[in-house]
Design a protein around this ligand. Structure first.
Ligand code: SF4
Length: 401
């Protein structure tokens, strides 16, 4: 254990990357970076982190910002509940701790969205407290070096790893050591092909000596995401809405809460193995009915494109249809940029938002937007790409390209 800690720390001092959140010990910066780094690569996080800290330089500024702005800053990073929880926690810190991140274990644990890993990271990196910060990367390194064959998907293995990781922290070196462990997992003891030949602890790595470096850690596979085909409408406006498309806001809780998107609904099973084929007349008919039920006067005209979006538990295939706004005497269709609401009833809710619950009576905000309006709304990546593809294609057609 002493060998491992000593050589890892030495290696870290010589090899650590210059990352924006390493340039200060500000607990707020460390906290933001750790939340962003969950499930996300460092290279992806860097520009987001810089933009986020530029826009919300203090906890107060984050606490006081409109949620829409926070989501916009997070747009494309995924797992948007992280952003909402971070803002909620910033408000907790502002109200209960005068805007200073607490250095007390109990208090840090009470912040929304802060689990054992993030709490350990904040307490150790910012306050140098000997707290373990154990995530999948750290468990991989420890499993290999100490030849631990316990299943890292199990909660009790994590607890065991936390005990070990805490024991490994050299006195007074919690901040550097925990970062060394994370950095080693990211750069050397990587998931698929660990770089054992340049590893600072390879000499005594039990996993490598046993030839197990690529078969460890043991991890039972998570259930694959459930596939779901959805019919999406790219409604092109006409008359006073000409040049714009219709977007709607998701409910205030559940999947992608309060993000903006193209309207879409689950494709009925009857369309064939749960999937609609591009250009399928039955799918277009179904979409037309879903649009009408939602109070949107539009007719699907042709298949635009398919797009994929994966969550931890669902995999969406979106079949997107170009639809044309119709002039029907529906009061909702008369609204221009003002929000219009399609009030849903309880019986319609499963049809409209099959992946949420308890949101049946919530107003659905909708907007007609042009390309220039996109900056005002936060979209999940898949819809951002779809809208950009649509506006690109339209601009190219308009310019004869
Ligand atoms: S020797 Fe290989 S398996 Fe062992 S800790 Fe180093 S990189 Fe990982």
């Amino acid at each position: 254990m002493t060998f491992f800690s000593r050589y890892l720390l030495e290696w870290y001092h010589g090899q650590k990357r210059d990352l924006p959140w390493r340039r200060s010990r500000d607990p707020y910066h460390i906290w933001v970076s750790e939340i962003m780094l969950q499930q996300t690569r460092v290279d992806t996080v860097i520009p987001y982190f810089n933009r986020f800290i530029g826009k919300f330089p203090t906890i107060e500024s984050l606490a006081d910002a409109p949620e829409e702005e926070v989501l916009k800053c997070w747009e494309g990073l995924g797992y948007y509940s992280r952003a909402r929880n971070l803002q909620h926690a910033a408000r907790q810190v502002k109200e209960s701790y005068g805007g200073k991140v607490p250095d007390d274990r109990e208090a840090v644990f009470e912040l929304k969205g802060v689990g054992p890993y993030t709490a350990g990271a904040i307490l150790s990196i910012a306050f140098n407290q000997p707290e373990p910060a154990v995530d999948g990367n750290v468990m991989r390194v420890l499993s290999r070096f100490f030849l631990i064959e316990d299943d890292i998907a199990k909660a009790k293995t994590r607890v065991k790893m936390e005990v070990l990781a805490k024991e490994l922290i050299p006195s007074g070196e919690a901040s550097h050591f925990n970062q060394a462990l994370m950095e080693h997992g990211a750069l050397v003891c990587t998931p698929k092909s660990p770089h054992c030949l340049v590893c600072p602890v390879m000499e005594r790595c039990a996993g490598r000596l046993a030839g197990r470096e690529t078969s460890l850690p043991v991890k039972t596979k998570a259930k694959p995401p459930r596939p779901e085909t959805r019919l999406a409408a790219l409604v092109e406006g006409r008359g006073e809405h000409a040049g714009r498309v219709l977007i709607r806001q998701r409910p205030s809780s559940g999947l992608l809460a309060r993000m903006w998107e193209l309207p879409h609904w689950p494709a009925p099973e009857v369309l064939g193995a749960g999937a609609a084929r591009p250009g399928d007349a039955a799918a277009m008919d179904r979409l037309r009915r879903s649009l009408a039920e939602a109070g949107i006067a539009a007719r699907p005209e042709e298949h635009f494109m398919a797009a994929e979006h994966t969550f931890s538990h669902i995999h969406w295939t979106l079949q997107v249809y170009r639809c044309r706004e119709e002039e029907l005497p529906l009061p909702v269709a008369a609204e221009a940029r003002a929000p219009y609401a399609a009030q849903r009833t309880s019986s319609e809710a499963p049809e409209l938002f099959a992946d949420e619950s308890g949101q049946s009576a919530e107003r659905t905000e909708m907007r007609w937007i042009g390309r220039g309006d996109m900056a005002q709304y936060a979209f999940p990546n898949v819809f951002l790409k779809l809208l950009n593809a649509y506006f690109d294609e339209r601009d190219a057609a308009a310019s004869g390209g």
